[in-house]
Design a protein around this ligand. Structure first.
Ligand SMILES: *Cc1c(COP(=O)(O)O)cnc(C)c1O
Length: 400
């Protein structure tokens, strides 16, 4: 059961996630791909050296490519996948990104901007007219590269276009961006569109089907799903974008290890089940937190009253596994809540089978957040156990 993306289209995503990327069916052959531990290959074949490709990556890439409907390129981390897209741009290239996007992306773009490598404009991308205006304004600033788009190599064509970087839902404010409107609007003025799909996963949102040029994931989170591997992936809508990403990976060398890749593929096999359970837990906890004294605001696109709810209903097939909430007592009380949980793990990251809680404002890069904001990544435990733990932690921290 292996082959091009099209062969998988008759199957539901929950089936694709189990079967895509397995070795060809051969009598006596293995059902799973190898952990291919070889840096070199006998000459005369397609691949010569393991910085360019390995059989383990190819299996993982096929599976993710089928799920996202594009061509996947595995990276050493989510940040490495992000960097491959951004570093593919020409010097002075213009980028528009969300003010509220993942802190690693914001820091990365800010540093590149300070060094004059790219020119970055931020906006609230959940505000569609403001987002489109920011895209328009960035085009009125001449590209500092001073180059005109050059035909020829694929990565050069991509390099000269301005880039709109979307994340939806956003980490950790759970903002929902109008993907069809922004993708269409950005394309109309010649921008490339990248979407960080980490929070939604391809089982809940398919940005390439909505027209995006490239999707990135922190595989570390929901795709691998067990908090035991750091990895990333970028998925290109077309061959030239894919080739450009492979070239960046080969030249920058941010490659995943074969064992990490194998673990990520193994984790991916249960994504549909994990997501179903964790999402149900997130929805239930969000609803109970909304009614809990001492909790002032709950951010979760699944809550009917939340600002992104309608948009999420339209462009997602589920609301994801992350809930953010504020406690009345601010930073001090939020720290006390995180310190008082017994079952829920206090720590950063998200998307694993275990429920995590963290006060995001404790990081210097997150000073724009409400200081008492707690980000909860729902795992797959029994929801009553999770609620009992959250409720007792809130009580212990003085939220009654
Ligand atoms: C964690 C995260 C990243 C970065 O991924 P790493 O695997 O940690 O490098 C990028 N985007 C989002 C939305 C994330 O949550």
């Amino acid at each position: 059961m292996t082959g091009p993306v099209g062969e998988w289209s008759p199957f539901e995503p929950a089936t694709q996630v189990v079967h895509a990327g397995r070795p060809p069916v051969v009598a006596g052959g293995p059902v799973n791909p190898p952990v291919e531990l070889s840096s070199l290959y006998h000459q005369g074949g397609g691949v010569a050296y393991a910085r360019d490709s390995t059989a383990t990556w190819e299996a993982f890439e096929e599976a993710v490519g089928v799920l996202e409907g594009g061509q996947a390129v595995a990276f050493a981390s989510g940040m490495a996948a992000i960097a491959a897209v951004v570093e593919g741009l020409a010097v002075g290239a213009r980028i528009v990104a969300d003010r509220a996007s993942y802190q690693g992306l914001r820091q990365f773009l800010a540093e590149l901007g300070e060094r004059g490598r790219v020119s970055v404009r931020t906006a609230d991308l959940t505000d569609t007219p403001a987002a489109l205006a920011a895209c328009q304004e960035t085009l009125s600033v001449p590209s500092r590269s001073g180059r005109t788009p050059s035909p020829g190599r694929a990565d050069q064509q991509l390099a000269d276009r301005p880039l709109l970087w979307i994340e939806s839902p956003t980490n950790p404010l759970l903002g929902v961006v109008d993907l069809p409107a922004l993708i269409e609007g950005a394309h109309r003025i010649g921008m490339t569109v990248a979407v960080d799909n980490t929070f939604a996963t391809p089982l809940r949102q398919q940005p390439l089907a909505l027209g995006a040029d490239v999707v990135v994931h922190s595989v570390t989170k929901l795709l691998a799903g067990h908090s035991d591997v750091v990895m990333g992936v970028a998925v290109a809508a077309d061959r030239s974008m894919r080739d450009a990403l492979v070239r960046r990976r080969s030249l920058h060398g941010a490659i995943p290890g074969p064992f990490e890749t194998w673990l990520a593929l193994r984790g991916l096999r249960t994504l549909a089940l994990r997501l179903e359970r964790a999402e149900a837990n997130a929805g239930e906890l969000a609803a109970r937190l909304s009614a809990r004294a001492g909790v002032t605001e709950v951010r979760y696109p699944g809550l009917p009253g939340s600002p992104g709810h309608q948009r999420a209903v339209e462009q997602m097939s589920g609301f994801g596994t992350v809930v953010s909430f504020d406690v009345a007592g601010g930073a001090e009380q939020a720290d006390a809540v995180a310190a008082a949980t017994r079952l829920i793990t206090a720590g950063t990251s998200l998307g694993g089978v275990e429920t995590l809680l963290e006060r995001r404002g404790r990081w210097p890069g997150e000073s724009h957040l409400p200081p008492g904001l707690l980000r909860l990544s729902a795992g797959i435990e029994a929801v009553e156990d999770l609620w009992r733990d959250l409720d007792q932690a809130l009580r212990a921290a003085g939220a009654r």
